[in-house]
Design a protein around this ligand. Structure first.
Ligand code: G6P
Length: 608
């Protein structure tokens, strides 16, 4: 789950490598490194910590090579030290790697038995050693890589440069993504097209199992069986992916603020606002009318979008819906009836467990739809059809706008399912589409509560533990609120179904534990009020997120009440997500944490 780049250029490439790595820091940022070929000789610089450390080192000790590779790391094997940072090198090769070599222990024993000195604790260095051995046997670089690749088990992307070869880079992809960019007498390589955006908008995506021999003049791609293959060049991806923080202090703040716009775009893709009808793209091929059961799989925040969707599919379409965490689903041996349908939800489209769930479902004869934000991702390409979220690049590690866009897609789909199954009438559809059309505006209204929420965040930042409660679709929002808070502020937080409070977590309640209650005034509001009273009776500090009617009817003293605009119950998750995101964001800002790149996390999790 690291980011890799490579450039065969016309001028010294280290500055461009750093620039590209900056765009890949979302994939990991515990250490970084670059290697270039200077007059045919491999030279490298590595540094522990963020990319800025490496950049500072390169300022002091520049590299002059016009061919090079770079890496930003999220440690899997070995601590995030300089010695374990990539590129890993021998006298003959330097290599950067994203992913995991699962059989590395066995391979390490093998190379050590030959008397080779393994300097790091990483799986990557073993690959460098294996290739070196083949070069010493007299093989060409391409042949050395070709015979080494089948020995590696796991999911990975690799880039290799070779001592003595100024115009050669070899790339390989199995499981982890890899894009090649063509420039004017230059060639680029990156974990995604965002990394290459400033250099080129001509991109070739390698297919799973492909490996490629690159020179400035020629790109030769082979498939897993060793056949030379052509892969299409996609034009114009790059420039649309350029990203910056605008006027915001953090990407997360920018992405929260973008929600009215991007949720609006996403809804407009699935709804005909003028006719108040759902208008799914033609390739959304689920026959909801005949469907006995729907299964949805995802990880992290996307899983909470799935949990919300379960309420919608079951209520609006009377469609039994199973929701699973992808890492459980893939090993649970789930019986799936052939001819059924499944959805996977993923912002990045690269999450390893979600991808494995997709493959499992497809093997079991399911039609699989992917709700994805990255349209060229592996999940997007392996699904039977995609339902894109139009959130744009999400850089903050903690997901915000991708989540609400996922909800927008899923709500639209649930309404379509309700119509197809004869549960919703045309008038119901009209009402629901009208309600969804108002979401962007309602989110803007919610954004205006930021100053009040910031004041409450000051209070939360002093807490050791925080509970989040909700019922119905506010339950997944409570879970998401707790996840956001712990991810970026490092305060321990738990989300609970409000009715479950009395079965355990109430034991935690005292005056030091803020309890955030997500409770729009809906048909179960009164039930949630009872749970709030249980908290109040034990001296708990309640922060209530509700609307005007709810605030009037709550009848409990709160430490703070955030009064949201009124809205139809179905759309509350899309709007109530905003205050919980803002609460977590401002708490983290108070705590002084690294909001966009919280410790130990990564944006795209391509390991199990
Ligand atoms: C990581 C991210 C989360 C994200 C999850 C699933 O844990 O930090 O924000 O929700 O992965 O990612 P996906 O790209 O599949 O939505």
């Amino acid at each position: 789950m690291c980011g890799i780049v490579g450039i065969l250029g016309q001028t010294p490439v280290a500055p461009q490598l750093i620039d590209a790595l900056r765009r890949l820091e979302y994939r990991g940022y515990d250490s970084a490194g670059v290697a270039t070929l200077e007059g045919g000789h491999l030279t490298r610089r590595r540094a522990e910590g963020k990319l800025s450390q490496l950049a500072a080192r390169l300022d002091r000790l520049p590299l002059a090579g016009k061919a090079g590779i770079g890496h930003t790391r999220w440690a899997t094997h070995g601590a995030p030290t300089e010695g374990n940072a990539h590129p890993h090198a021998t006298e003959r090769v330097a290599i950067v790697h994203n992913g995991i070599i699962e059989n590395y222990r066995e391979l390490r024993r093998e190379v050590e038995a030959e008397g080779r000195l393994v300097e790091s604790d990483t799986d990557t260095e073993i690959v460098a050693q294996l290739i070196t051995r083949r070069l010493e046997d007299g093989l060409t670089p391409a042949d050395a890589v070709r015979v080494t690749l089948p020995r590696l088990q796991g999911a990975f992307a690799l880039a290799v440069i070779f001592e003595g070869y100024d115009d050669l880079m070899i790339a390989a992809r199995r499981g982890s993504p890899l894009a090649i960019g063509r420039g004017d007498r230059e060639v680029y390589l990156g974990s995604d097209a965002i990394a290459l955006a400033p250099f080129t908008s001509s991109i070739i995506y390698l297919e799973d199992g492909d490996w490629a021999v690159l020179s400035r003049a020629e790109i030769t791609i082979f498939d897993e069986a060793g056949n030379a293959v052509e892969r299409p060049t996609v034009h114009g991806v790059g420039t649309s992916l350029l990203v910056d923080k605008g006027n915001h202090r953090h990407f997360m703040a920018k992405e929260i603020a973008e929600q009215p716009e991007v949720v609006g775009h996403t809804l407009a893709h699935y709804l005909d606002f003028a006719a108040a009808r759902v208008n799914l793209p033609d390739d959304a091929r689920i026959d909801f009318a005949a469907l006995p059961r729907l299964s949805i799989t995802a990880c992290g925040t996307a899983y909470y979008a799935a949990l919300t969707a379960k309420y919608w599919f079951e209520r609006l379409a009377r469609l039994p819906t199973d929701v699973d965490i992808a890492s459980e689903f893939r090993y649970r041996d789930v019986p799936l009836t052939a001819g059924g349908a499944a959805l996977v939800i993923s912002q990045s489209g690269e999450t390893a467990d979600t991808l494995a769930s997709l493959r499992y479902a497809r093997q079991a004869g399911q039609t699989v739809g992917a709700v994805v934000n990255v349209h060229q991702s592996t999940i997007a390409r392996e699904a039977n059809f995609i339902m894109p979220t139009l959130a744009g690049p999400e850089i903050g590690v903690a997901s915000t706008k991708a989540f609400t866009c996922q909800l927008a897609v899923l709500a639209s789909l649930a309404v379509a399912a309700g119509r197809a199954r004869g549960v919703l009438t045309e008038a119901d559809e009209e009402k629901l589409v009208t309600a969804l059309a108002e979401v962007p505006r309602l989110e803007s209204v919610a954004m205006k509560l930021e100053a009040e929420i910031e004041a409450l965040a000051a209070d939360i930042s002093g807490a050791g533990h925080v509970l989040y409660l909700g019922r119905g679709t506010s339950y997944p929002i409570a879970l998401e609120g707790a996840l956001k808070l712990k991810e970026i502020s490092y305060i321990h937080a738990e989300g609970y179904a409000a009715g479950e409070l009395k079965h355990g977590p109430i034991a935690l309640v005292d005056a030091d534990v803020p309890v955030v209650v997500i409770a729009p005034y809906d048909r179960i509001f009164e039930k949630t009020v009872s749970n709030m009273q249980e908290v109040a009776a034990r001296g708990g500090r309640i922060i209530l997120v509700t609307d005007e009617k709810g605030a009037d009817a709550a009848g409990v003293t709160t430490a703070g009440t955030i009064v949201m605009p009124e809205m139809p119950a179905t759309v509350t998750p899309l709007v109530y997500a905003v205050p919980v995101q803002l609460l977590a964001y401002h708490t983290a800002v108070f705590m002084g944490t690294d909001v966009d790149q919280p410790r130990n996390l990564a944006k795209s999790v391509t390991v199990e």
